[in-house]
Design a protein around this ligand. Structure first.
Ligand code: F6R
Length: 605
């Protein structure tokens, strides 16, 4: 949801910032802009379109600058609505990520005082407010503080002023991280913007404002209290954020899954046990839980649905899997004996963050499963387990999903031993099964060409159904979501048995139906569902294993996957569905890494 980046120091920001902003374009990609300050001049450039198509500036030099890549919320995609926004006197520029909820009221007040607005965004009020405070005699710093105090909603804001050598950065609800280099400071919504230059970072918390010049000064903008800075070391590498010869990030990330799972489970399995020191801080509470509630959105929610089967089977605990956005507005009946698990790749999803805060109000212990280190959800949880998938740049989530599943299974196995709810031999077998997943994934990925050929048969259809049962039912949902989001084809996922309760009416020779049909306890039932589709001339694409010998004769196309224990099969069965969506989207000439209307990190409600 919008990417922002700024720099102050001894580098030419006119060269630096376009490259940094390109790394953030997955966060928003409808328009972009820059503001540079040098020798009391403010240079502003804005453009509709993608930063990736921008060729850079000619011979400009500056040492303070801010930049923004937009994902429109308020106001159409126009040059006027693109950031940076500029004050009426042309002295101050700001970029904003988030949503300012009281923008209408502020806009009205400021307009009465004579401010004229260039566009329709909520963000623009921030720059006029700062200008208004300066007009009233406040310093640039005071004006920025006061502006932050006056805004309601979520914001990460960068301010520059052509009469100051400082860049001011403030955060409330949207991520903002400082990157430290010799003779300069970066500030960005995500570390990928500056990881090439430094791994030393300071994660700002809500309510903090940073004054960046020769020094870094940190304060609470509400109380004015000075704060000390805590430097963290980022573990990701710059190369991980490159395509490495793959045509798209999504394809690269699909193929990275075996390595990602290896990293994810490394050191977390020993002596027949799941080793999760991350849970030490909630160990006592974990011993007392009688229920689990999982909150998440989108693909992460699907990971929660898969995990429900593992927690029930291994831990004998009741589990509810909630959409974060629904959970947060209910009056959830939870207490300190309910473990709440928040799953989020980005760790910044606004609805999941709000659900986590709601859970904490009820004293429930909160465990988060995140990919992005130092993200807000990770920091606000009682315990966090990182998925270690590395940066996921493609908007459609792939390796983040399978590593979430690996972590969730580890947590289930950990709790199972703690509660004595599963025989030790079952836990040991499962842990061995988990260790074999990377190689089983490698084998499954060998099907890529077959999947590509199948995509060639169906890419011009208008609809598709995805059906699965047990832990593969959420995989049917995930397969349909992948297809929708990157190929813009309509697709629905559902439990295979539900088809006959209505959706079967949709089936005819134009309806591809993707079945996940592996040899588990519902296999025979799925075969019956396949027969029902065939009887109505539907086209059957089966994701199956070689052991399922009946499938070949019942399907138009088969994609064979490796076999593992049923609880872990989703980590393999999802791979052909990711590839199918990818190849169909490619045939349809879609913008795979940046699908229309989407953004990687959904930091608004
Ligand atoms: C789909 C996708 C989204 C995210 C969802 C939650 O491919 O990426 O559905 O899964 O927006 O995001 P996180 O996991 O960052 O909370």
């Amino acid at each position: 949801m919008c990417g922002i980046v700024g720099f102050v120091g001894e580098k030419n920001v006119a060269e630096l910032l376009p490259a940094c902003l390109k790394k953030l374009d997955y966060r928003g990609y409808d328009s972009f802009g820059f503001a540079f300050q040098n020798n009391s001049l403010l240079l502003v450039v804005k453009q509709v379109g993608r930063i990736t198509d921008f060729n850079g500036f000619l011979a400009k030099s500056a040492s303070i600058g801010i930049a923004h890549s937009r994902w429109a919320t308020h106001g159409a995609v126009t040059k006027k609505n693109a950031h940076p926004h500029i004050s009426c006197d042309g002295k101050i520029a700001i970029v904003h990520n988030g949503i300012i909820e009281n923008h209408s009221e502020l806009r009205e007040k400021l307009a009465k005082k004579g401010h004229s607005f260039a566009g329709e965004t909520d963000s623009e009020v921030a720059v006029h407010l700062a200008e208004e405070f300066i007009n009233q005699g406040r310093s640039f710093r005071e004006a920025a503080r006061e502006t932050c105090r006056s805004l309601k909603g979520a914001f990460a804001l960068l301010f520059i002023n052509r009469e100051s050598n400082e860049l001011i950065a403030a955060r409330n609800g949207s991520p903002l991280i400082l990157g430290l280099v010799e003779n300069g400071t970066f500030v960005a919504s995500d570390t990928t913007a500056f990881i090439e230059f430094t791994k030393q970072a300071i994660f700002l918390d809500d309510g903090q404002i940073a004054f960046l010049g020769k020094e870094i000064e940190l304060e609470n903008f509400n109380t004015g209290q000075k704060l000390s800075t805590k430097i963290s070391h980022i573990e990701w590498d710059a190369e991980q954020a490159q395509k490495n010869g793959f045509e798209h990030f999504m394809l690269k990330e699909i193929f990275e899954q075996p390595d990602a799972i290896e990293k994810c489970i490394q050191g977390r399995i020993a002596n027949g046990q799941a080793v999760l020191p991350e849970l030490d801080s909630i160990a006592e509470k974990l011993g007392k839980i009688n229920r689990i509630v999982i909150v998440a959105c989108g693909t992460s929610w699907h990971a929660g649905l898969v995990a429900e089967y593992a927690f029930e089977e291994l831990c004998a605990l009741p589990v509810e899997v909630e959409y974060s956005a629904e959970f947060r507005y209910r009056n959830p009946v939870i207490d300190e004996n309910c473990l709440v698990i928040a799953i989020s790749q980005s760790g910044e999803t606004a609805d999941t963050l709000a659900a986590l805060r709601e859970a904490k109000k009820h004293n429930a212990p909160v465990l988060s499963i995140c990919n992005v280190m130092g993200s807000t959800i990770a920091r606000e949880s009682d315990a966090v387990i990182y998925t270690r998938a590395g940066p996921e740049i493609g908007v459609a989530s792939t390796k983040a999903f399978t590593t979430q599943l690996a972590v969730l299974n580890l947590v289930a196995l950990f709790i199972a031993l703690q509660r004595n709810s599963a025989p030790e031999s079952k836990v040991t077998d499962a842990l061995n099964g988990l260790k074999s997943i990377p190689n089983a994934m490698r084998k499954t990925l060998e099907q890529s060409k077959t999947v590509e050929a199948i995509a060639g048969l169906y890419w011009d259809k208008s609809n598709a159904l995805y059906l699965g049962r047990g832990p593969n039912y959420p995989i049917a949902l995930e397969g349909a979501l992948k297809l929708k989001e990157i190929s813009y084809l309509h697709a629905e996922g559902m439990p295979a048995a539900e088809m006959k309760h209505g959706p079967i009416a949709l089936i005819d020779s134009n309806m591809p139906v993707v079945f996940i049909a592996v040899k588990d306890r519902t296999y025979e039932k799925v075969l019956a569902n396949i027969e029902e589709v065939r009887a109505r001339n539907g086209c059957v694409i089966a994701v199956s294993s070689e052991a399922a010998t009946e499938i070949k004769n019942l399907s138009d196309s088969v994609i064979y996957i490796a076999e593992t224990i049923p609880l872990f099969q989703p980590m393999l069965s999802v791979i052909p569905l990711q590839l199918l969506a990818y190849h169909i989207a490619k045939k349809r000439n879609c913008d795979i890494d940046k699908p229309r209307n989407l953004a990687k990190s959904v930091t608004v409600e």
